[in-house]
Design a protein around this ligand. Sequence first.
Ligand code: C2O
Ligand code: CU
Ligand code: CU
Length: 485
Amino acid sequence: MKPISRRQVLVLGGLGTASIVVGGTGLLFSANSGYGPATAEDFTEPETLRSAGGALQLKLTSAEGPARIAGRQAAVLSYNGGVPGPTWRVRPGDTVKVSLKNQLSEPTNLHVHGLHVSPSGNSDNVLLSIDPGASFDYEYQLPDDHPPGVYWYHPHHHGNVAAQVFGGLYGAIIVEDPVDIPVARERVLVISDISLDASGRIRGVSEMETMVGREGDLVLVNGRALPHMVARPGERERWRIVNACASRYLRLRLDGQQLQLLGVDSGRFAEPRDVTEVALAPGNRADLLVTAVNGTATLRTLPVDRGSAMGMMGGARGSSTGADLATLSVAGSPATALAGVPTQPRPRDLRGSAIDGSRELVFAMGMRGMGMGGGASMMSFTIDGKEFDHARIDTIVEGGSIEEWTLTNTSPMDHPVHLHVWPMQIVEQDGAEVQEILWQDVVNVPANSRVRVRIPFDNFTGTTVYHCHILDHEDLGMMGMISAT
Ligand code: C2O
Ligand code: CU
Ligand code: CU
């Protein structure tokens, strides 16, 4: 396998790239959606399922069929008939039992993204395959000191992940704070994208789109297009934002309002941080405080350039397009001020710690060689030169150890690198030491660069995976297996 050259990509560009969406700025929806979404409906949220007495028990049925998307009946994939599926609200120490019934026509399974739970048995085991018509009972035991924050669930059956998530299978998980943060209201915003034809069916994707990473024509908030929210001036809201898009990067703005970021993924900052913009790679989540200011504001995502490779492929860019996502109208009598945000515990910091080992993971794109076997695309997506093989353990770590990993991206596209079970502390970016305490479970590694992280392999042993969270890249092989022993 050879690394991809500009010349080879130019050659590839001649092969059927017509359907790639070209990046635009500030477009409400890109031009090729035939679907005709209804906009400006009231903001709503999926049903909320709350744990009680230390337990949450629920049923999820994944099925293909009618569900409401952007105000119209579409034929998509859904959990329990809704897009997104129900929100789970749980507490540290809880036991969560999920009975999954697969009514899809292909295998699926369930992953609880970001939760620090066992990867084995009937816990967060993504190596399971639930056949069409079959059911499986998952059980997750959250540790008593599980970090509070925003998490999510989605299918993880290798080869079908991008299509199943893009088709509508995802939902939010909130792990509540031990000490409440006073707010006027909380909102869950699951941001996803999808492409539908005029009759409401999921539009097929070209091979080129899978190599780029499919992005939808419609960008939705809780399954609605440009929903409308209202608040009174001075009200403090808490927004739990999930980037559930299969490949789209988000750069969120809500100009005119006051934003404070509590944390990203399970990484809570010691102090809320004033921000004007929140960048979320696919899979990332934000825990955001919005203090309402008089006027009408639009939640927007700005275009993101996620690598130049696609510029070489037939002239189509790999950029995530911009879109308007929701509106917020702030009017009425001012709200009385709430108590301040309680001081958060100082996050763990491994920057000065001794490490037990270090390794490098190389994320690469290349031309598929003759000897590489029957992959799904003409390009290969590899980690350390290898495509995913469920029969091969790529990395063995010792339970309880702390390792430093260098995530090296030799390709001309960004890859958002995700590790299951154990969050990563980012210690070096762009060749510079990180000057703050930053924990994430999806870490973007920009094209032709490296990021260094430290990982404490605490609490659990067993086998799980790390992968690129551009889910098409994961399905095409950019995933490896890790065993903690
Ligand atoms: Cu959100 Cu392994 O994935
Ligand atoms: Cu995950
Ligand atoms: Cu990737």
